[in-house]
Design a protein around this ligand. Structure first.
Ligand code: C5P
Length: 308
């Protein structure tokens, strides 16, 4: 086949943080992080089609409002690429969402990751993975990880990534309690709690080595034991039902449960899908959650599904 592409379809995964250690703030207002990301098989699928002007349409399989204006991360990703590469062409973007909206699972970042990969192909820019990840980091700290996928250690503001060895698959019940949390607000509350507690956040936070052992050895119990989120107390303080959801998931049989990223989605580690369904039924009957999703990790990063 020759000539320019007309249409490219790319999907990029959402993520959970298996651990999130937060340190001090840098000059740009970003906190130093040491985090372990795991991509899960809930995907944002972007179809980019040649068009006379930029446009965006969203089809969502999950509840929640997504802005369609210039603040939308998919459109911002396209604009960044056009500006940086001097592109005059445009594209119609369609995003199909499976990742909970504003839930701490980086759905917006996955949109941006998929758009960058799709438009690089559609417009024949040939930037390649490394340059796209660098551009992605300018849009949000979680964008590079959505491109890389699988399981990775994130340092700096989260964009400095090293892939982590894993053995086997992990099953997660993702409980969406309803209500949104704003990431900057959760970080702000974290700062307040640190200050109130008279603590000094480490300049260079460290992850728990045992978590890496759990991942490479496929040790479910050890992974559950090392799930950790420094932002969890701040998220609990800002969301009235969140703590109860984590406790209830554990009571109903999760091996471990944790707020994902800045929340409010709760990631519960489970033995298998049957256990996930039992816990989901309990949480739903108890009126604690809006919806539940079952997902597996690790999942691959942004990848091209179709092009023509
Ligand atoms: O990079 P992202 O757009 O996801 O970050 C949103 C906001 O979350 C930042 O503007 C900042 O206030 C906060 N944040 C932070 N430290 C990080 C990542 C995000 O303080 N490492």
């Amino acid at each position: 086949m020759s000539g320019a592409l007309e249409r490219v379809v790319v999907r990029a995964p959402g993520k959970i943080n298996l651990s999130l250690h937060v340190g001090g703030v840098d000059g740009r207002g970003y906190h130093a992080l040491a985090t372990v990301f795991q991509a899960v098989d809930l995907y944002e699928t972007v179809t980019a089609t040649r068009a006379d002007e930029m446009s965006l349409e969203i089809t969502s399989e999950v509840p929640g409002e997504v802005p369609l204006d210039g603040t939308n991360l998919a459109l911002r990703a396209a604009e960044l690429l056009r500006t940086e590469c001097g592109v005059r062409e445009a594209a119609a973007l369609h995003v199909r969402k499976q990742v909970p909206v504003a839930g701490g699972m980086a759905g917006g970042s996955a949109d941006a990751a998929a758009v960058l990969v799709a438009l690089d192909r559609l417009w024949g820019l040939g930037l390649g993975a490394e340059a796209l990840r660098t551009l992605g980091a300018r849009l949000g700290a979680d964008v590079p990880f959505s491109m890389l996928g699988h399981t990775a250690l994130g340092r700096g503001n989260g964009a400095d990534l090293t892939t982590v060895l894993t053995h086997g698959e992990w099953t997660w019940l993702l409980a969406v309690p309803g209500g949104h949390l704003s990431t900057p607000e959760v970080f702000r509350r974290f700062d307040e709690l640190v200050l109130a507690g008279g603590r000094v956040p480490p300049e260079r936070p460290e992850i728990d080595e045992r978590q890496l052992q759990a991942l490479s050895g496929g040790n479910l119990e050890l992974l559950a034991d090392t799930l950790h989120n420094d932002l969890q107390a701040a998220a609990f303080a800002l969301h009235p039902r969140l703590e109860e959801v984590v406790e209830a998931a554990e009571r109903l049989g999760a091996i471990g449960a944790i707020v994902s990223g800045s929340g409010p989605t709760v990631a519960a580690l489970v033995e298998d899908e049957a256990a996930a369904r039992t816990i989901a039924a309990g949480l739903t009957e108890g009126g604690l959650v809006e919806s539940c999703l079952i997902a597996r990790g690790s999942a691959p990063g942004a990848s091209v599904l179709e092009e023509s």
